[in-house]
Design a protein around this ligand. Sequence first.
Ligand SMILES: [Ca+2]
Ligand SMILES: [Ca+2]
Length: 333
Amino acid sequence: MISALLALSILPPNGLTEPVTVALAPKRHRDWKIELPAESFVPVGNSIQLAGSGLKFAVSMQGTNLSIDLDGDGISDTVIEGDEGSALLRNNNGFRYAIRLLRNENGWSYASSSTMNADWNGARISVIDQDNDGVFGEVGEDAILIGRGRVATWLGQSIVINGELVQIDVAKDGSQLTVSPFQGETGRLRLADSFHGDGKVLSAVIRSADGKNCFDLAGQTGAVEIPTGRYRFYSGKVGLGQMAVHVSSGKSQTIDVANGSEASLSWGGDVNAEFGFQRQGDQVAFSPQDIRYFGSQGEEYSNWFPVGKSPVFIIKEADTKQEIARAMFPGSC
Ligand SMILES: [Ca+2]
Ligand SMILES: [Ca+2]
């Protein structure tokens, strides 16, 4: 009886003791809002070629409009007009692949606008063919979104779901996902709640140096178990009222997560501004657009404007540290 109770109490929160395979269903996004870590569009030549799957869909131009044979039967099915559109590529074997199309001065290009979705243990998992080659599940090339947010991360070999680390494997055609108990060495990392500052952490992503692991730890409190390895702050998003401030790795240092250890990556805090300026006599001139803002561990903030009041910029001689001037943005009060 006692041993049975003990066994129950150490079950992970997802109750996962052996691999589970779940079906992924395609979802077409006509209005694509997912933020990808490395979004790219592939030029459309004489055809739309999904390089990884070997599938090809013929196109032809009608002026600047793009005519597409969506099902590969040799007959055009749709014409995309203007500068953008969407289409659903398909074949008789059940293949469905939605794309976004954009036209610029170099012609038309496409990007995937499908996600392959599953709900597992109350969490939505969406896999994205980020490199648009028709193959889902490529670690370090494709992307994954967990939960109902909009910020996707690089697809890694494992994910943190319901606070628990599990291994994943996505079928090439995106039809299914296998979730397995994590095997291997792990350490713990504190990230989301070691942000110092106002605002809600909407995204907090770290990525391993080898590209095999990437986690968005926003919403995870405390130290989270992740595979051992060398990581770097990759990106983040902090909500301030209606605004969202984007955070990039900037000058972030790497952090090593060792077996059985606990590490903390502290970010936010006092933000430093760096900028070049022109000196004319005792006056200095600089533009707000040229300022770069760095947080406590080197992460860089963009789209960030200090709330309410301009900070005072104290300009010092680099060598002597002697104060040259003080400045504020005009119009601030
Ligand atoms: Ca056709
Ligand atoms: Ca791919």
